[in-house]
Design a protein around this ligand. Sequence first.
Ligand code: HEC
Length: 119
Amino acid sequence: MRKPAKLILAASAVAMVLGTMLTPVSAGAADAENGKKLAEDRKKGNCTSCHAYKGANMPGNAGPPLVAMKARYPDKKKLRAQIADPTKANPNSFMPPFGKHNILSGKDIDDIAEWVHTL
Ligand code: HEC
């Protein structure tokens, strides 16, 4: 009985390693490309209606242009927090608090922050 048990253990170890190798990198990790899509989707982030950025299609200017974000927000968490709840930094902000009001999911905000950090 011992040998088959060991075999099963070995086989499951191999399966685990293979499984990790086959899992797409995007699962769990923030996805900037998806973040851009969400940001430009009128029913999702709709960030373009208020923010200009490189390559934006007819952006609005109610908010500041999103430029040099990595330099200005070296800590991606702070950038994420600004998107999740702008009222923390500015109680009178009229930028929608995407996280606080559950307008976007946590994963959506992760992806958008990942994208904004590339601008
Ligand atoms: C209704 C207009 C509006 C929308 C929509 C909007 N914002 Fe804003 N945003 C603002 C304003 C206004 C500010 C300036 C700071 C403040 O008042 O909170 C701002 C500030 C920011 C900042 C800080 C910029 C800086 O210079 O420090 C970031 C980052 C940001 N917005 C990202 C986003 C993202 C990402 C989205 C979409 C998910 C978004 N905003 C949607 C109006 C908007």
